[in-house]
Every structure is written in structure tokens, then in C-alpha cells.
Design a protein around this ligand. Structure first.
Ligand code: ZN
Length: 365
């Protein structure tokens, strides 16, 4: 008997989609422009091609008047007693538009074409193998995430959260992908670091951290690294959901030197890592979709300082041989890591931890 590998061809499809989303016809995908519309048409085409059903108020679309664009919504239905409960997976599809009109655009390969390709492949695989999917998986491609709409009414995710097409209380986890196409740090760094996928916000819902930790080695080629969400300012589409008490996760490979630059191009992505992330996401989504409790509880004051410091410590110990500055940072992390054993950090220690996260990000950029 032959077993079909549902991920067959995914790498090539992701490469092709990223190329198309970063072509001049989509030049920078700014919300409310012809190029944004073109990107939307590509996404809808891909969803239709994969047989993933629409979930918007108008076919696949939820218009977002505040940015002159629209969210693209699709779903794979679950079955069983919790089929009306949801796992939401999202990625914004807009970007910063042209740099020099007609010539150079902010192509946005890592931000956020890579996440779109990953989300589409996830949808394709779930659609092909829906057995065991206890909850429905809602795929949201949000418009208007980038400036000038970020955190305004024109932000697609804010619009969705304020006029949801499903009750927000039915969402057991929203998973937000942003900047998930690149290897972390320069090429000379060890694979264990380059394969990092930062996972933020697990501490804000019941049982999610344990679930993520259980998947630490679920898929070769990607290494999930947990960090607390409170250490960073609002960075992406998870924020409108977090502020309304929806359990969430933010997945990212972090800001790098090509972030919001014209050099964020398809040739700089790590497609093998993207495939690993997509496969890891499938495992995660299936596990959340099968959770036995009727609803996942949001923990507004949830914190896991220890997990954050363990992650920082692991990253820095790998970095020490490569960066002179690594040793000093590692020493600072060790002091905080010791303090975090057995108690929560003080406000001042938290501030120091946030500074260290920033320094590690800068070192890896
Ligand atoms: Zn982004």
C-alpha cells in the first residue's frame, strides 16, 4: 500500500507563491492599493485551488473600510462535539508598498509572504486530512497590519476582532505568524540557533505552555523557543485579540537586518526552515484542535519568567563562541535566571530581562 505524503511539493509551492507575492505586480502589497488587491487575488486563487472553503461575510472577503482593503478568511471544518470551537491561524498579507514607484518596492518576502505560504500549506494539508480535527481551523489573512494602519481601526486584525465573524469566545487559540521565513543569525552560527522559532504568549492561556514545551523536538529543522509576551511592545496581529482576552501565540523568527528594507527578498529566505515550521504548526494545530476541555482559559496575568530566562540562557550559551559580547550578556542572564527560580521577577528585573531580549535580537540581526 502506498502512503501519500501530504507535504509533497509544499517546498516548491511555497517558493513559487513567495515569488509571485514579491513580484512587481504586487509591488509592496500596500493596503488599499491595486497591488494589495493583486496579492488578495493570488491568495484567493491559492485557497480555491486547494479546495479550502471561504469563511468571510462576502465569499472569502471581509472588507476593512479603515484601510480600503479586505481580510481574506477561509476554514477547514472540524468534527465532533467541539466542531464549533476554533483554532485561528493568521498572517497579514499587506506590506509597505513601493520605495521608488515602478522600480523598487518593499518586497516583504519575510514580512509576510513566507507566513502566507506556510499558512496556505497548513490549510492544504488539513483539508486533505481532516480526520481527527476536533475543532474548526479558521485561516485569516489580514490586511492593513503595517503603518500607517498598525493599531488603528484600519488594521485588518483590529477590524476582525471588533466585528468578528465568529464569537471571539469560541476561539481556543489564535496563532499569529509574522517574520517566519528566515534563519536566525549569520550563516556561521550553529543550526540549533538558526532553526529557532520564537514562541511568545503561551503563558497567557491555560495549558498552552505545557503543550508547546511538549513539542520542543516534534519536527526536525525547527526549534521552538518560548519567550514571555510582556517583554515586548505590541508587534503584530495578536494584539487586538490579546486585549480582548483571546488565548494566543505569536510565532516569529524575530526582526533581522532586512526587516522593513527593500532587501527583504525571496532569495534570502530559508525554505527548508519554512517547511519545518509549517509541519510543526500542523502538529500544534492538531493538538489544540483535540484538546479535551470545552474551552481554553485566558490568563491575563499569566507569566513564566523562568521559561524566558532558560530560553535566553540557551541562546546565549550557543552564541558565546561567536560574539565577544556574548559572555557578558550570559553573565547578566545567569543572575536573573537564578533569581527567577522559585519566585517571580521584580519590575526592575523584568526591565533588565526585556533589555537583554533586545540585545540578543540585535546581536542576531
Ligand atoms: Zn509583519
Amino acid at each position: 500500500m502506498m502512503f501519500l505524503n501530504p507535504w509533497q511539493g509544499a517546498l516548491e509551492r511555497m517558493q513559487a507563491l513567495v515569488q509571485r507575492l514579491c513580484a512587481p505586480s504586487c509591488g509592496g502589497r500596500a493596503a488599499g492599493t491595486r497591488e494589495g488587491q493583486e496579492a488578495r487575488a493570488l491568495l484567493i486563487d491559492a485557497l480555491e485551488g486547494a479546495g479550502i472553503e471561504p469563511a468571510g461575510p462576502v465569499g472569502y472577503l471581509q472588507p476593512v473600510p479603515g484601510c480600503g482593503g479586505a481580510n481574506v478568511l477561509a476554514q477547514v471544518r472540524g468534527s465532533g462535539p467541539y466542531q464549533d470551537r476554533l483554532v485561528l491561524v493568521c498572517a497579514h498579507y499587506d506590506h509597505l508598498g513601493w520605495h521608488t514607484p515602478g522600480q523598487e518596492a518593499f518586497w516583504g518576502a519575510d514580512d509576510n509572504a513566507a507566513a502566507l505560504a506556510i499558512t496556505l500549506e497548513l490549510g492544504r494539508v488539513l483539508r486533505a486530512m481532516p480526520a481527527g480535527l476536533g475543532r474548526t481551523v479558521l485561516l485569516c489573512f489580514f490586511d492593513g497590519e503595517e503603518p500607517p494602519f498598525f493599531l488603528t481601526k484600519g488594521m485588518g486584525s483590529e477590524h476582525f476582532a471588533s466585528r468578528p465573524t465568529v464569537p471571539l469566545s469560541s476561539i481556543d487559540l489564535m496563532i499569529c505568524l509574522d517574520l517566519v521565513g528566515h534563519a536566525v543569525g549569520p550563516e556561521r552560527l550553529p543550526a540549533a540557533l538558526r532553526q529557532s522559532l520564537f514562541v511568545l504568549g503561551a503563558e497567557k492561556s491555560e495549558g498552552t505552555a505545557a503543550l508547546v514545551d511538549g513539542l520542543a523536538e516534534a519536527v526536525p529543522g525547527v526549534r521552538p523557543v518560548r519567550l514571555g509576551i510582556d517583554l515586548l511592545p505590541p508587534l503584530s496581529d495578536y494584539h487586538p485579540f490579546q486585549k480582548r482576552g483571546v488565548p494566543f501565540l505569536f510565532l516569529t523568527c524575530g526582526r533581522w537586518r532586512h526587516y522593513h528594507q527593500v532587501t527583504d527578498t525571496p532569495d534570502r529566505l530559508d525554505y527548508n526552515k519554512m517547511l519545518a515550521i509549517a509541519r510543526w504548526l500542523e502538529v500544534l494545530v492538531r493538538q489544540v484542535a483535540q484538546r479535551p476541555e470545552p474551552a481554553v482559559a485566558f490568563l491575563p496575568h499569566g507569566r513564566d519568567d523562568q521559561a524566558t530566562l532558560e530560553s535566553l540562557w540557551t541562546c546565549l550559551s550557543l552564541l558565546v563562541p561567536w560574539f565577544a559580547r556574548g559572555r557578558e550578556l550570559l553573565r547578566r542572564v545567569e543572575v536573573l535566571r537564578h533569581a527567577a527560580r522559585g519566585r517571580l521577577l521584580t519590575a526592575e528585573e523584568l526591565e533588565q530581562t526585556a533589555l537583554l531580549v533586545g540585545e540578543v535580537e540585535a546581536l542576531l540581526a
